[in-house]
Design a protein around this ligand. Structure first.
Ligand code: MCA
Ligand code: AMP
Length: 523
């Protein structure tokens, strides 16, 4: 049987000239050039380090680090070694990390050195045996230890159905659920996207010649989520393409490098911020082939402004952590990309719209979006009931998104039947934030909603009701929350009110709160 380890497929796509540049850093003090051989060797040494620990197969390797090329090598090493990569947003604080470590029971935890004290304590208490550090300046114990290992490594044999990664995605009621993604899920989706988006390997096509050998990707997304870790990185690796790598998203720095690139992927907030740059002009984008947006709805206004300013039409696509990419606007012709839609089902992916009773809806009607395909995950980590709940009896996955298909098969996402806020491409689950707000002194109850925001698309706000006789202050609650949870989840404003609007059943009417506060950030 051929080895289905995703690393094997990625490695096979490396260009023949292993000494050519794979990744050039865009925001380090001095530009660093990583060759394909560097990636291969770095990942081998890290894989050998993992091998030396004699971990059981499919051990979870939890990674809570600032973005760096070495972090990407660690991902490749985990694949190679046949373990399971568990990326965690570096913004997560103690209570969030306590849950992830307790739930996933990782054999190895890698964190930034500034967080080693509290994270190692959490990890060791939970039974993790190995904690290493990795910083974004190529320092830390992980690399120091890996340096003692061989730079040759044979990838572990893996079947398509074997686990490659667990990506936590928050639950609507309880805590986060770990979406289990297999080598087959990741490689099938990567291959489909490579073809669908016309990825150019070195040496083919006019744009490739201009770029001096194939596509050049600007990678400025975080690498702890599907978009940056899988969609963007796999595309570049499988395309054998050069990457201009940014550890942080700095719109000005990115505009300055556009003339050297051919592809950019970002969340809508990134497009909004790039549009605010005076340097974003047609000329800067002349060599660009493709701008891709996803993770959150792209406003038709942003789509049009981008066309006017750059002459390019953004290609919007749609996906989920559980399913990877599902739909995409067409690559060609550019005029077939429709604002406000997320495009057509990708090859091999089934997309249908059903009513709440599970009956198919005709084109133009709004219902629950359900999907099927080799990209759909294996289930939630250690949550078989939750997994079963999210699939229909004929085994289609219920996305929780509300959408409508038109006669041409274009999908438009019109809302969600899950209580979820997407802020700047990050998912925030109101129930989780309400849990933390309700623990604050003097708070009787709270409701967290998303309202329109010019930069983040949606922003988190909370309405808090004080306990009888208590006084609470919104700013104090915000400050206390920032000490506890990732800042992107913290309400930008906390309103204090005497009660929450409820319906006859006693349920909080969040739609009314959204309506009441909908202009707080936009005029
Ligand atoms: C930062 N802040 C945020 C956000 N990002 N608040 C709300 N929503 C956010 N997204 C907070 C910071 O903590 C800080 O607060 C304050 O806002 C100002 O930060 P700023 O410097 O402006 O932010 P930044 O560091 O520049 O980040 C903005 C960003 C980032 C680059 C747009 O949010 C980002 O990288 N978003 C992409 C997320 C992503 O990759 N999503 C893909 C998920 P304070 O001062 O209090 O600290 S994968 C997915 O969704 C599916 C599968 C898919 O389809 O792709
Ligand atoms: P995540 O849990 O981070 O995987 O986020 C997945 C969710 O992001 C989806 O269920 C959608 O609600 C949303 N999403 C992703 N891409 C788009 C898009 N292009 N337009 C609208 N919503 C999107």
């Amino acid at each position: 049987m051929t080895n289905q380890n995703l690393y094997t497929a990625l490695r096979a796509a490396f260009p023949a000239d292993l000494d050519s540049t794979a990744i050039e850093t865009g925001d380090s003090p001095v530009a660093l050039h990583y060759t394909w051989r560097d990636l291969e060797r770095g990942a081998a040494m890290l894989a050998n380090l993992l091998g030396s620990l004699a971990l059981p197969p499919a051990s979870r390797i939890a990674v809570h680090v600032d973005k760096s090329v070495e972090g990407l090598m660690l991902y490749l090493a985990v694949l190679r070694a046949g373990h399971v990569f568990l990326p965690l947003n570096v913004a997560y604080q103690h209570s969030e990390m306590a849950y992830f470590i307790g739930n996933a029971e990782p054999a190895v935890v890698v964190c930034g050195s500034r967080n080693f004290g509290w994270i190692s304590k959490l990890a060791f208490t939970s039974g993790t045996q190995h904690v290493y550090t990795l910083d974004d300046d190529r320092s830390g114990t992980l690399l120091a230890r890996a340096a003692h290992h061989s730079d040759e490594h044979t990838p572990a044999h893996r079947e398509a159905d074997d686990l490659a990664a667990i990506v936590y995605t928050s639950g609507t009621t309880g805590r986060s659920k770990g979406a289990m993604l297999t080598h087959g899920n990741l490689s099938s989706n990567a291959r489909v996207l490579k073809t669908y988006w016309g990825w150019r390997s070195p040496g083919t096509g006019k744009a490739a010649e201009r770029a001096g050998g194939g596509d050049v990707l600007i990678h400025a997304l975080p690498t702890f989520h599907v978009h940056g870790l899988f969609v963007a990185s796999h595309a570049a690796l499988l395309g054998g393409s050069r990457t201009l790598w940014f550890n942080r998203f700095d719109p000005r720095a990115i505009v300055a490098r556009l003339p050297e690139a051919t592809v950019f992927m970002g969340v809508p907030t990134m497009y909004v911020r790039l549009l605010a740059e005076a340097g974003l002009k047609r000329q800067a984008c002349q060599g660009m082939r493709l701008f891709i947006s996803g993770s959150a709805p792209l406003l038709a206004e942003t789509f049009r402004q981008w066309q006017e300013r750059t002459g390019h039409t953004i290609l919007e696509r749609y996906g989920m952590s559980e399913t990877l990419m599902l739909t995409s606007n067409p690559y060609s012709p550019e005029s077939a990309r429709r604002a406000g839609t997320v495009g057509l089902a990708l090859p091999g992916v089934g997309v249908r719209v059903h009513d709440p009773k599970g009956r198919p809806l005709p084109a133009g009607e709004i219902g629950g979006v359900e999907v099927k395909g080799p990209n759909v995950f294996k289930g939630y980590w250690r949550m078989p009931e939750k997994t079963a709940d999210e699939f229909t009896t004929d085994l289609w996955f219920k996305t929780g998104d509300l959408g409508t298909l038109d006669d041409d098969g274009y999908l438009t996402i019109v809302g969600r039947n899950k209580d979820l806020i997407i802020s700047g491409g990050y998912n925030v689950y109101p129930a989780e934030v309400e849990g933390y707000v309700n623990e604050m002194p003097g708070v009787a109850e709270s409701a967290v909603v998303g309202v329109p925001h010019p930069d983040f698309g949606e922003a988190v706000v909370a309405v808090v009701v004080p306990k009888a006789g208590a006084t609470v202050d919104g700013a104090t609650i915000v400050a206390s929350l920032k000490a506890k949870i990732a800042h992107f989840k913290v309400p930008k404003i906390v309103f204090v009110d005497s009660d929450l609007p409820r319906n006859a059943m006693g349920k909080v009417q969040k739609a009314r709160l959204r309506e009441l506060h909908k202009t707080v950030f936009v005029g």
